[in-house]
Design a protein around this ligand. Structure first.
Ligand code: CP
Ligand code: NVA
Length: 297
């Protein structure tokens, strides 16, 4: 088993800070061919625009060879086991970036692998996205001490939210999670008021003086059957201009994208000056470089 990034919990505070510093380095350098001759696979079982392209491009910018693997073309789709596939991948690749519909699948893949496995989104976590977003928050607020920034995540307790709450715990961030009670269970275990992590159902309370408002879709990939009920349950949790007025003067709006405009966020908010969604998307390239470099080095 090799050192991997399956969950945010696989990294210490020191390691996360090291990766954040590397992101800044790669954002300046843009291209550093320090992994010539290495091959990194990309196995994506779910749709992706940003994560797939940013990693593919990042691997090439580091001098390594990105190999996109279509699951349908592998023996996995004909029933060869995850364990055997992982052993085979370990012979030919130096690392694997894997987006999957099941967190247990990526954990099993990792257990049977000799190469680093990087979670490019599972049903339970999206660690590379959140590392990148913490970099963007640091960049925007230009503060050494990000603990002083009031961060609010509003919406579903999904993969993004879980990775966010976990990184908030590790980095000791000031983090409020706002969600209907019925959906908050996956986050409730991580929340600890004593260390600055709180949970509320009250949007006014959550937005009051917040510096960062972060949201994501109410219906993640694979949950489409629940869409109608979720639209109803989350209706009051839409990020609107009125709610944004309760935030601090310097507040920003964040979203990992793709967004369902008119659901979790209104058009006037995502298109406003406060929105930094494209800065987030751009930074995914440098974060991918930093993460690949960290695990290949
Ligand atoms: N934010 C994100 O992971 O986007 P993609 O699904 O396009 O990769
Ligand atoms: N929570 C979303 C994130 C997409 C990048 C999903 O899993 O569909």
């Amino acid at each position: 088993m090799s050192r991997s990034l399956i969950s945010i919990d696989d990294l210490t505070e020191k390691e996360i800070l090291k990766i954040l510093a590397k992101i800044a380095y790669f954002k300046k350098k843009k291209k550093v061919a320090k992994h010539l001759g290495k091959s990194v696979g990309l196995l994506f079982e779910k749709f992706s625009t940003r994560t797939r392209l940013s990693f593919e491009s990042a691997i090439a910018k580091l001098g390594a060879n990105p190999i996109f693997i279509n699951k349908q073309d592998t023996q996995l789709s004909r029933g060869e086991s995850i364990a055997e596939t992982a052993r085979m991948f370990s012979f030919y690749l130096d690392a694997l970036v894997y987006r999957t519909d099941s967190h247990s699948k990526i954990s099993d893949f990792h257990k049977a692998s000799d190469i680093p496995i990087i979670n490019a989104l599972s049903d339970l976590e999206h660690p590379t996205q959140i590392i990148s977003d913490i970099f963007t928050i640091k960049e925007v607020f230009n503060k050494k001490n990000i603990r002083k920034i009031n961060i609010c995540y509003i919406g579903d307790a999904n993969n993004i939210a879980i990775s966010f709450a976990k990184i908030a715990k590790i980095l000791n961030l000031n983090f409020t999670f706002c969600c209907p009670k019925k959906y908050s269970k996956p986050i409730a275990n991580i929340i600890n008021e004593e260390i600055g992590l709180s949970l509320t159902t009250d949007t006014n309370k959550a937005f009051h003086n917040a510096d960062v408002i972060y949201t994501d879709v109410w219906t993640s990939m694979g949950m489409e059957k629940e869409n109608a009920i979720r639209l109803k349950d989350f209706k009051k949790y839409q990020v609107t201009k009125t709610l944004m007025q309760k935030t601090s003067n310097k507040s920003v709006f964040m979203h990992c994208l793709p967004a369902h405009i008119g659901e979790e966020v209104t058009l006037d908010v995502i298109n406003s000056d406060k929105s930094i969604v494209y800065q987030q998307a751009e930074n995914k390239l440098y974060s991918a470089m930093a993460i690949i470099d960290f695990f290949l080095s």
